[in-house]
Structure formats: structure tokens, C-alpha cells
Write a protein that binds this ligand. Structure first.
Ligand SMILES: [Zn+2]
Length: 290
């Protein structure tokens, strides 16, 4: 039998690249590890295509805490814009989609990986949900403070520049401007949008918004947007949220909340994303972002 080794080697060569190509089409390469993230790979949300088309760079940051390990996805795009965006609840899909699209002209988008769920999730030796709300770990005595600290570092919090955070609330849930306004130290400062689940969230260290924040609120009001103001008393310990941490450390913080879409329903996902981008665009315009 006459085996053509040269030809066989050539065929193997092609098979190798075919397999590599297939793997690459379903995941992003971060360093030497392939990462599979449903936020990126969802066929209805088309984020993988967006990342490729816009040449967005991707890396996974690993934070070990004992025998647990936490993952943070960091998307970066070089460009005129350097704004930082954050998605802290992995279950909130429109927040991810809007944050990713916000960096198309440059910037950094940080997303905490929680296995598509809300609570902090360990991918380490001790694997599974911790039950910890990641938006309540921004206190130095919290066991997951190292994760919070890494997020603050990735958001360049020490520069005291604006941090934009994106959240989604449950359809039909209690998170609406009229119910939130009954909470302690929270007030509705603009109710110009008839959609009660869309809002800009602004924390501050004065009981009422100061002059600078009042001007910003006026701007959103004229754009028919809802705005919630949270008074963060200086001597209060706080709830471990990023908004309270930011206020206490003099970091300008803005959060945009909109109602979540239905996962897997392209129309509903798109509607939620557009709602979030509309609010985000007004906020970016006010803060002079590209
Ligand atoms: Zn959230």
C-alpha cells in the first residue's frame, strides 16, 4: 500500500483548523482559556457578532477568595471615549447588551460573571452560588470584598471619574418609582416618563440634590425621563451597594434602571435594550461622552 504521508499531513492540518474555527465561532478566547458566556453567545442578542464587528477586546479577570474563584469579564475598545460601564447582576441581560454597545467609540465595559444569575457565583474548587448579592459586597468587612475591590480597580474608581452602572428590574415587580420613593432617604426628583420602571439613579451626600445635580436632573426632566435621588448620610455605615460606596468616596455614580426583557425573546430583549440605550444616550450627552 502506498500512503501519501505528505497529503495525509495536509488533511490533518486542515482538520485542525476546521475544529479550531468551529470552537472560535462559539466562544471568545481570553488568554489561553476559552470562555463560554451566554450573554455573548445568545443567538437572539447577537453580542458575539457585535464584539467581532467592532473589534472589541475581551479578557477574563479571576479573583480567588479561599477555595472559591470569581470571574469578571472586561470588554475594552480603544477610541476617543474612555468611559467605564458596569453590569453587576449577570441575570440582567439588557444591562449587558446596552453596556457592551456603549463602548463602540471606546471605553471599558465590566461584567461580573454569575452563571447568568443574580447572586455571586464561584467558579473555583468550591463551585456554586454564594447567595451573596454582589451589589451588597462593597464593604471592607464583607467576605467578598476582594471581588468588590477588583471591580473598583477595573472601573478606575480611584481616579474619581464618573462610573455608569446598568441594572434591570423585574417585569411586574415592586421596583418602580412610586414604591421606591417610599424607601428611606429616597425621593423621586423627576417623574416625567410614564414608564415607572425606567429611571436614572443618582446618589448624593446632601439631603437634597445640590446645585450641580439639580441642573442635571432638570436636563433629564426636559428629556421626559424619571430620576431617583438617594441621600447617603456621611456617618451611616451603608448597605454595601456600589452607589453608597461611591458617594462615600466622592466618586460620581449614575445608575440606569429599566425593566428587563424576556430572555430568549428577541423582540422583548431588543425593546428592553433600546429603552436602556435611550436613557444611556441622554446621560452620555449630558456628561459630554461621545
Ligand atoms: Zn441589578
Amino acid at each position: 500500500m502506498n500512503i501519501n504521508f505528505k497529503r495525509l499531513r495536509k488533511i490533518n492540518f486542515y482538520i485542525f483548523f476546521l475544529v479550531l474555527g468551529l470552537a472560535a465561532s462559539g466562544s471568545l478566547e481570553a488568554g489561553n482559556k476559552m470562555v463560554k458566556d451566554a450573554d455573548v453567545l445568545s443567538p437572539t442578542r447577537k453580542n458575539y457578532r457585535f464584539i467581532k464587528r467592532k473589534h472589541i477586546q475581551y479578557q477574563t479577570v479571576r479573583v480567588p477568595v479561599g477555595n472559591q474563584e470569581f470571574l469578571i469579564s472586561v470588554f475594552t475598545k480603544k477610541g476617543p471615549d474612555t468611559q467605564k460601564y458596569m453590569n453587576i447582576h449577570d441575570s440582567e441581560d439588557a444591562a449587558f447588551d446596552a453596556g457592551l454597545r456603549a463602548i463602540k467609540h471606546g471605553g471599558t465595559f465590566v461584567a461580573l460573571e454569575n452563571n447568568e444569575d443574580r447572586a455571586l457565583y464561584s467558579f473555583g474548587e468550591k463551585k456554586g452560588s454564594t447567595g451573596q448579592d454582589p451589589n451588597r459586597m462593597f464593604n471592607k468587612d464583607n467576605p467578598y470584598w476582594p471581588v468588590a475591590e477588583k471591580i473598583l480597580e477595573l472601573l478606575d474608581a480611584s481616579s474619581k471619574k464618573l462610573i455608569i452602572v446598568l441594572h434591570n428590574n423585574k417585569p411586574g415587580g415592586n421596583f418602580r418609582i412610586d414604591t421606591i420613593a417610599t424607601w428611606k432617604n429616597i425621593s423621586t426628583v423627576s417623574g416625567a416618563d410614564p414608564d415607572p420602571r425606567s429611571m436614572v439613579w443618582i446618589p448624593g451626600i446632601t439631603p437634597k440634590p445640590n446645585r450641580k445635580i439639580t441642573a442635571e436632573i432638570q436636563y433629564y426632566k426636559s428629556h421626559r425621563m424619571n430620576v431617583i435621588y438617594e441621600y447617603v448620610p456621611k456617618n451611616q455605615r451603608g448597605d454595601g451597594s456600589l452607589s453608597v460606596y461611591s458617594s462615600k468616596h466622592n466618586i460620581p455614580y449614575r445608575n440606569i434602571e429599566v425593566e428587563a426583557g424576556i430572555r430568549g425573546n428577541r423582540k422583548s430583549e431588543l425593546k428592553a435594550r433600546r429603552r436602556q440605550i435611550k436613557y444611556l444616550n441622554a446621560l452620555r450627552e449630558y456628561h459630554g461622552l461621545k
